[in-house]
Every structure is written in C-alpha cells, then in structure tokens.
Design a protein around this ligand. Sequence first.
Ligand code: ADP
Ligand code: MG
Length: 345
Amino acid sequence: MRRIALLSQRLANQIAAGEVVERPASVVKEVLENSLDAGASRVDVEVEQGGTKLIRIRDNGVGIYRDDLALALSRHATSKIVDLNDLEQINSLGFRGEALASISSVSRLTLTSRRSDAEDENGWQVAVAGQEMTAEVTPAAHPEGTSVEVRDLFFNTPARKKFLRKEQTEFNRIDEVVRRIALSRFDVHLSLRHNQRTVHQLHAASSLQEKQRRIGLLCGPAFLEHAVHIDIEAAGLRLWGWVCLPTFSRSQPDQQYFYVNGRVIRDKLVSHAIKQAYRDVLYGGRHPAFVLYLELDPALVDVNVHPTKHEVRFRDQRLVHDFLFRSLHKALADVRPDHNMSSAD
Ligand code: ADP
Ligand code: MG
C-alpha cells in the first residue's frame, strides 16, 4: 500500500466520467440539457459516426461569460444551485456541475460561447483534450449562445472505447435521447443530423395541433391515430399527454414516455400505476404506448437520487399512484371500444 494522496483533478474527472459518460448518447443528453437550462429556443445537434467521431451541439441560449468558460469545464462548478435550499426546489435539468468536466476528461472538447449581455462583438472559446484544466481562452466568431464540440470520445480511455457498439447502434441511442427531449420541450426548435443527413427537423410547437404534429413525427402516425389526448387536474397534480387505446399496443415497452416536471423518468411506482390502469384492457404480454406529463410542486418530488437522474422520489407516493391510476383508468374507460383489437408491431 502506498501513502494516501489526493487524486489529480484529471483522474477524479475520469472516474466521475465513468458514471456520467457511458457512451455518445450520454454526451448528447448532458450537453442538450445544458442548452435547455440556458433557455435556448433552438438547438441543433450534429453527429458523425454514431457520435464517436463528432458531436456538435449549438444553441441560442444565454451563453457563458468569457471569464466563466474555463470554470464551466471544472468539476463541481455550476450556475444552477448555490445552497441546499435550491436543491429542494430544483427546476433545472442539471445541477451537479459534473458533465462538462467529465466529458472533457475523455474527449477533445471545444466550448464556444457568446453572452447576449456581453459587450464584446465576438464570442470566446476554450479547448481541452482530456487534460488538466489549463485551457486558454481565445476569441472566436459565434452568435449569441453556445456551441459544444466533442471529438474523439474516449480517445484516451481505450478500455471504455472498446465497449462502444456499432455506429448505427450508438446513433439509435442518440436518436432516442433527442426524441425524449423533443417530446418534453415542444417550445424548442430541435434538429438532428447524422453524417450530414437530416434525421429530425422539429419546429417549435405551441398549439395542441402543432404538438400533435410533433407527436406524429416522433411516435408515428399509428400512435397518433389510436391515442387519446388527456389533461386532468386534481389535488395539485396535473397529468396530460397522449395515451394509446388498447387497439395500439407494442411487443416491447418502447413507446413509453413519462415526464415529471419536464424530466423524463423511469419509476417503479409510476410503471405500476400505469400497468394497473391497463390491466383489464391489455393482455398477452402486450405493452401500452403513451407520452405523459405529470406536473406537481417541485418541493413534493426529489430528483437528486441518481447521477443520471432518471429516478425520482415522490414525497407522497400513495397520492401520486392513485392519481395516475384513476386518471388513466378513467381515460381508457371513457372511450367506447369501437376499434377492433389489433397490434402495432
Ligand atoms: P450542470 O449542468 O450540472 O451545472 P455542467 O458541467 O453540465 O454542470 O455545466 C457547468 C456549467 O456550465 C453550467 O452550470 C452552466 O453555467 C454552464 N453551461 C454549460 N452549458 C451551457 C450552455 N449551453 N449555455 C450556457 N451555459 C452553459
Ligand atoms: Mg449539465
């Protein structure tokens, strides 16, 4: 055994990267979420070779001050929370200040940004390549907002790189991340390109009709045809979205999107409530399809459970479970069974 020594910042970041950055799709998720936290109304995502060669995400959000650029890449540096009280009331997607530090420790990362309220005519840029943070800030042409470019992911961690799958598989995961986010933010214009080809071009949607159009583009016309739109409020909880009737079901649970206060989650309690609601109408191992949004007071839900933040903890589990079950059960029962049973896949 050696004597105790502090980990270097680089090594600490690479260890943390193991949790946050599993594959190109995790990079896209983190960087895209940062753009949304920055208030962007438009985000363009461009990837090459399944994201292993290049991930470039450009937004028109508030931008980052020149003097904060290097800090944005440091671990535990965040503009989103200051104290424990903020953590209780969290409404941003990020808050750990870990993503950019982790990503830059396992890739060649360039961060370019321009603040809307800065006096400079130009933007500023920092570039790091898996190194200790000694980045130099240089002027760069950039409109208001931020671009993050991540090249050669895992170039310096060959063991991690070995675990990447085929280009198409990695791209599919990226596509899924973009879909999930696109379904949570109708107000944001989103585009996705892979190897110079446009995969999604989604215009901002505000009316119900525009939203349904986005649902159709992302979930397919059959989903839309068999879905009912719901919007139910009770006891300070609101559930809205689209639930497919039993006339449209899946062999896999691959069209199930559930959001809590805008954050996509996977949760046993939620799954159970939904399963119960469909119990009498779906059988034979079929899975329901839905895009649902639960909104409640942020103080009643704890999101600080897991680094990848897919889990939540509700303060009043029984209340949430009952509300979901009742709302969905009623929505499914209210619709007269005038469709023949058919399967979608
Ligand atoms: P977190 O999102 O948890 O705060 P990140 O490492 O993802 O941590 O980002 C660190 C900080 O960098 C953020 O708190 C934010 O201030 C800034 N930042 C990152 N991306 C953007 C962006 N696209 N626009 C504006 N600021 C950004
Ligand atoms: Mg973040």
